[in-house]
Design a protein around this ligand. Structure first.
Ligand SMILES: [Zn+2]
Ligand SMILES: [Zn+2]
Ligand SMILES: [Zn+2]
Ligand SMILES: [Zn+2]
Length: 376
């Protein structure tokens, strides 16, 4: 068995090769990846190499991790980097599997890498896999595997900050994620179930707050969320400034962060600097973690008589009114910000309807969750 360091060097070589192939591409692979419709066209942008074979090799490496004793950390880092670099080269089936494969590394890689795994999921993989538009006949299997991803991370990471980070990332991407959380509460292992139930109470508006002491969780979760920092190689803040902007242009990304997969996450200072050199590039705001879970409307101009929060919105437009943090609304403000004229594409979450109004599968999860006494 070669040491973890030897395998890490080989993997780094592959990642570097992938990034240099990607850098040659003139089109917009990170735009095309949003829809299955462009998969053929996107795959045709690259030289005809066996990317599927590399993916399969990485899958097998995950299985042999327990045999690696020396250089495990270097190996793990290189493996995660390579998985993310490979994403834009993959076809439909493998894109569907990538988020679960990445999440499953948490069951074998050392604790020191848990944060890195969650970061790769939240910043490089999930944003491109679970929101893909799938052709009429198909279902987005990546989106269907979300419950399995949550179970993996909740079971193997014992840091609640990782659980919060993953969940907030998913809440920003997937409107129906409450169903996945219920599935974890219903069928997860004991630690995963307990954490999923707590977070459901913590994040969901009016999810039976009387049954749970929110303050206890608040203190526990608000600690130790390590901010995701600027990824530019020559950032003047040298890895200490929180990333606030993202650029999806793969060539800009690889130019300024030579070893990172796109997209490029930047502190405000670097985003401004690069923007000056490249005025045509777009730099988007990124959502910051929720600071506290407010029980009342966070709209500063709220005029409602009943200000109790009933929804939480994760879209960058609504978040921009709240310092780029997700924002909670009362019924009146919710209706003003989300209706058939505006905010139709926002990802927001509201209290679950009564169990009798849920779809049959969610009802089953709910009943199972109750039976397992995690919730009530
Ligand atoms: Zn920077
Ligand atoms: Zn912030
Ligand atoms: Zn309001
Ligand atoms: Zn909104």
């Amino acid at each position: 068995m070669p040491s973890g360091l030897d395998i890490a060097n080989t993997l780094k070589y592959f990642s570097q090769t992938l990034l240099s192939l990607l850098k040659e591409v003139r089109e917009v692979p990170f735009e095309m990846i949003k829809s299955q419709q462009f998969d053929g066209e996107r795959m045709a942008l690259y030289p005809n190499l066996d990317y599927k074979q590399l993916y399969n090799a990485l899958t097998q490496l995950v299985d042999v991790v327990p045999l690696i004793h020396i250089g495990l950390q270097a190996f793990g880092k290189a493996l995660l980097q390579c998985l993310a670099c490979l994403l834009p080269f993959l076809d439909h089936d493998l894109i569907d599997n990538l988020s679960y494969l990445t999440a499953s590394t948490i069951s074998v890689l050392p604790m020191e890498l848990h944060e890195e795994i969650v970061n790769y999921l939240c910043f490089y993989i999930l944003p491109f896999t679970i929101t893909r538009r799938i052709e009429a006949s198909g279902k987005n299997a990546a989106s269907q595997s979300v419950a399995a991803v949550i179970m993996m991370v909740f079971q193997y990471s014992n840091n609640p900050a990782h659980h919060c980070q993953l969940l907030e990332c998913l809440m920003a991407l997937k409107p129906g994620v409450v169903k996945d959380i219920l599935c974890v509460v219903a069928y997860g292992t004991a630690p995963a179930r307990a954490s999923a139930a707590k977070l459901l109470f913590y994040y969901w508006p009016s999810f039976n707050p009387n049954l749970f002491d929110r303050r206890a969780v608040l203190v526990k979760f608000a600690n130790d969320l390590t901010p995701f920092v600027c990824q530019r190689d020559s950032c003047p803040n040298a890895g200490n400034a929180e990333a606030g902007k993202v650029c999806y242009d793969h060539r800009i990304s690889i130019t300024f962060a030579t070893e990172s997969p796109p997209p490029l996450y930047l502190c405000i200072e670097c985003a401004n600097e690069i923007h000056r050199e490249h005025p045509n590039q777009m730099f988007y705001d990124i959502l910051h973690p929720m600071q506290q879970v407010s029980m009342v409307c966070e709209n500063k101009n709220c005029r409602a008589a009943d200000k109790s929060a009933i929804s939480i919105c994760f879209s960058t437009e609504c978040a921009s009114y709240n310092g780029n943090h997700p924002i909670r609304y009362c019924q009146q403000c919710h209706n003003i910000r989300h209706n058939n004229r505006r905010g139709g594409d926002h990802v927001y979450h509201m209290a679950l309807p009564h169990i009798s109004q849920l779809d049959p599968q969610t009802q089953t999860y709910m009943v199972q969750a109750i039976v397992r006494q995690a919730l009530f």
